[in-house]
Design a protein around this ligand. Structure first.
Ligand code: HEC
Length: 147
């Protein structure tokens, strides 16, 4: 009986693991709402410092100190783990295609910190929206970083 149970258990695990993306076992957000993420991107004024490639968004009333284009065929932001990091810890890794003094002061990103005002649900939707704007990622090659 014991034996049968463990074989059955193993089968369940095997079936479950077929359905999982083996690249991202440790870091996984629930599915976000892309349309809501886009609306939040505008209402939270991300557009004051960002345009999104191939997407016409309403202009922000006040322009920020710099414009950094998001989306498109770039290889720097590869996974939603990196997108989450870019939003909640922008100084962790400054965007590489710009000179540091264009986007930071003393290593600190010019990006607004939203951590005390953005809910986790809002973050999930914004990341879903941004993720949908990046192209040509060969998903199997993505190296997810979980820290
Ligand atoms: C005051 C200006 C400013 C605002 C407002 C701002 N950002 Fe940024 N953001 C930056 C700058 C500057 C960078 C590039 C430096 C860096 O990597 O932190 C950046 C980088 C990013 C990146 C990484 C881009 C890349 O290619 O690596 C993402 C993603 C991002 N911002 C998302 C957002 C979102 C989402 C919002 C709104 C919730 C937002 N930003 C609001 C200034 C801003």
């Amino acid at each position: 009986m014991q034996r049968i149970r463990s074989v059955a258990g193993l089968l369940v695990i095997m079936v479950l693991s077929i359905g999982c993306d083996s690249q991202s076992p440790e870091f996984a957000l629930p599915d976000g709402d892309i349309a809501n993420g886009q609306a939040l991107f505008v209402s939270m004024n991300c557009t004051s410092c960002h345009t999104v490639r191939d997407l016409d968004l309403p202009q922000a009333e006040t322009k920020g100190p710099v414009n950094v284009t998001l989306g498109g065929k770039v290889s720097e932001v590869k996974s939603y783990a990196q997108l989450v990091t870019a939003v909640i810890n922008p100084s962790h890794e400054l965007v590489k295609r710009r000179k540091p003094d264009e986007v930071s002061v003393d290593g600190e990103s010019l990006m607004t910190i939203y951590n005390d005002t953005m809910t986790v649900s809002q973050l999930i939707d914004i990341v879903a929206f941004l993720d949908s704007r990046y192209e040509e990622f060969e998903r199997p090659k993505i190296k997810y970083r979980t820290r």
